[in-house]
Design a protein around this ligand. Sequence first.
Ligand SMILES: Nc1ncnc2c1ncn2[C@@H]1O[C@H](COP(=O)(O)OP(=O)(O)OP(=O)(O)O)[C@@H](O)[C@H]1O
Ligand SMILES: [Mg+2]
Length: 219
Amino acid sequence: MRVSGVERTFQVGGRPLHVLKGIDMELPYRKLIMLKGRSGSGKTTLLNLIGGLDRPTKGEIWFGDLPFHEMNDDKRTHIRRKEIGFIFQAYALMPMLSALENVELSMRMAGTPRSEWRERAARCLELVGLEKRMKHRPFELSGGEQQRVAIAKAIAHKPRLLLADEPTAELDSQMAAQIMAVFQNIIRTEQVTICMTTHDPTILEVADHVYEMVDGKIS
Ligand SMILES: Nc1ncnc2c1ncn2[C@@H]1O[C@H](COP(=O)(O)OP(=O)(O)OP(=O)(O)O)[C@@H](O)[C@H]1O
Ligand SMILES: [Mg+2]
């Protein structure tokens, strides 16, 4: 993935708000890339662009050889469902479904054949260390366990890119360290690239590369 000269301007009250002012970055295959920067510096805005949820005002976003900056919403959504996994700070799990069923849901969305759901969901939950919690519903799980279900859910359809917006923000340092161990394990075993945002200096240490956002640019 390559981001080049990306700008994003919002219209607020009839006036332009320049949030991203020329971002260049690369997300090399099977690397763990982190984005840091003060609150309001544009981290989530950039992550949304990389994930095809939003389009830049200016500049280019290449997902492999696909130009996200030129594609319409339908085309980007199609690619996103198949190739990208998202983890947000709030876990976005369905309360009535078990961990296993929650993970299966993302494969339904991605169009994975139904016959593959059960085995792949179990494999992903195993990967995040939850093989003993598959039947639990979200409220029967701890915060860190719920976040691990969210990770299993985000990787179940075998995306090439995993995006995570402050995935450890709600967790204590021990659970945060566990989540990072899971990420490193996933990069080794699942051929995925991970890009995440964080404020936590101890977590930044495990990154392959850290980009810092200052005043709408990468410093
Ligand atoms: N849809 C929008 N319309 C107008 N302004 C927006 C929109 N989305 C974001 N902004 C503004 O862009 C700036 C960057 O927001 P963003 O959410 O990217 O920051 P962030 O770095 O993720 O902050 P945090 O660390 O608090 O999550 C903020 O000042 C915000 O008000
Ligand atoms: Mg944010």
